[in-house]
Design a protein around this ligand. Structure first.
Ligand code: EPU
Length: 354
């Protein structure tokens, strides 16, 4: 095991922020994790697991020991009458996995095409797009406990998935073994994720953007590959490619409010974009709220609000003159304040500020 000092992270976070890991270990096999846990000098140090770096804001050099996940491999582990179960190592790119499953004729992940980041990070925030979330296709995952080195597996219920949320985002607050406040943040490294792709696949086409594609093309029964192509085209048209303009996808979660709160907002802002959820609450489009406050194109230093989608904060300085994490955080706070002052809604950030 090699501990690399002062490892540059600019190419390993999708914002393109310039920062270093004071100490970094590449995890290419499970044995690399065991070696870290067995090492007297490293065992008790705080650790930070780095996947694709597509959901983080680095506000300075990273002091915890960075474990850079480079585990590779994808395979079909099981086929039954009803489904295929595919497994991917955590270090694979999410989009490569989506493409590989479709090339093999196993549909189900197509609505989540082109989401940046690694497979290992996908359950952490229960990624989702165009009507499908990871939890809808999840089978199970394997992980290693970073304090004991023990490997374990979790099913969907144990991952406690929520909207852009899971057990991996929460810090445990209870005593050992207590279920209340149970969380695995900072304590686990996900090594492999398995997906259940059903043979009775049906397209998920409820999103307006996909309905538009059906009208445009005249295709009313698209294949999974056609949906994959549509989702790629939609995302390319409205979301910045992190390889060109640094960003971390949606910067805030879409907030939910009660019907009463929504009625109150509609009375003042009749155009507010909102959707009724199954539980009777209403989801508001955070991008619309931010846009309505006039933020599109505004900047703080080299951090800016993307012109085509106000929910996305971008690095306008590029690789040469990148924004700092502090600028991103300042911009995010200013947006939160103005949305709160106008709508009384507190926006919650999606990325992890490191
Ligand atoms: N809108 C505006 N102005 C804006 C941005 C959006 O008026 O600047 C309006 C749009 O016109 C639309 C509505 O807000 O009516 C919703 O916008 P969009 O369809 O782009 O989706 P979103 O709610 O902003 C969510 C996810 C995305 C995901 C898309 C498609 C969250 C936080 N974001 O965005 O996920 O790709 O739906 O399913 O749930 C991500 O999480 O990083 C991400 C990109």
């Amino acid at each position: 095991m090699l501990v690399e000092p002062n490892y540059p992270l600019q190419a390993h976070n999708s914002f393109g922020i310039s920062a270093k890991a004071l100490q970094l270990v590449r995890v290419q096999t499970e044995a690399d994790v065991q070696a870290v846990v067995a090492d007297a000098a490293l065992r008790d140090q705080p650790k930070f697991v780095l996947g694709g770096g597509s959901n983080i804001v680095l506000t300075g050099d990273v002091k915890p020991l960075v474990l850079k996940v480079e585990l590779k491999g994808m395979r079909l582990v099981e086929e039954t009458d009803k489904a295929w179960v595919v497994e991917s190592a955590a270090g694979e790119s999410w989009h490569d996995l989506v493409r590989w499953t479709l090339e093999n004729g196993w549909p189900g992940l197509e609505n989540m095409a082109l989401i940046p980041g690694s497979v290992g990070a996908s359950p952490v925030q229960n990624i989702g797009a165009y009507g499908v979330e990871l939890q809808d296709r999840f089978h199970s995952l394997d992980a290693v406990d970073l304090t004991t080195g023990q490997a374990f597996s979790l099913d969907a219920a144990q991952c406690a998935f929520g909207y852009r949320d899971s057990v991996f985002k929460h810090v445990s607050s209870g005593r050992d073994g207590e279920r209340r406040g149970f969380g695995l943040a900072g304590k686990t490294l996900i090594t492999r994720v398995r997906f259940l792709l059903r043979k009775d696949w049906k397209p998920v086409l409820g999103y307006l953007d996909l309905e538009r594609k059906m009208t445009e093309t005249g295709i009313s029964h698209p294949t999974a590959l056609q949906i994959f192509d549509w989702v790629c085209a939609i995302r390319r048209a409205k979301l910045p490619d992190p390889a060109v303009i640094g960003n971390a996808g949606s910067f805030f979660k879409n907030p939910t409010v009660t019907q009463d709160q929504c009625d109150d907002i509609i009375a003042r802002e009749p155009k507010v974009v909102h959707y009724l959820l199954d539980d009777g609450r209403i989801k508001l489009a955070a991008g619309w709220l931010i846009d309505a406050c006039g933020w599109k194109g505004k900047t703080v230093g080299n951090a800016g609000v993307y012109e085509k989608q106000a929910l996305v904060l971008v690095n306008v300085g590029g690789r040469e003159n990148p924004c700092t994490g502090g600028e991103v955080v300042t911009l995010a706070k200013a947006i939160q304040t103005s949305v709160y002052e106008r709508f009384g809604i507190r926006l919650e950030p999606e990325p992890v500020v490191v």
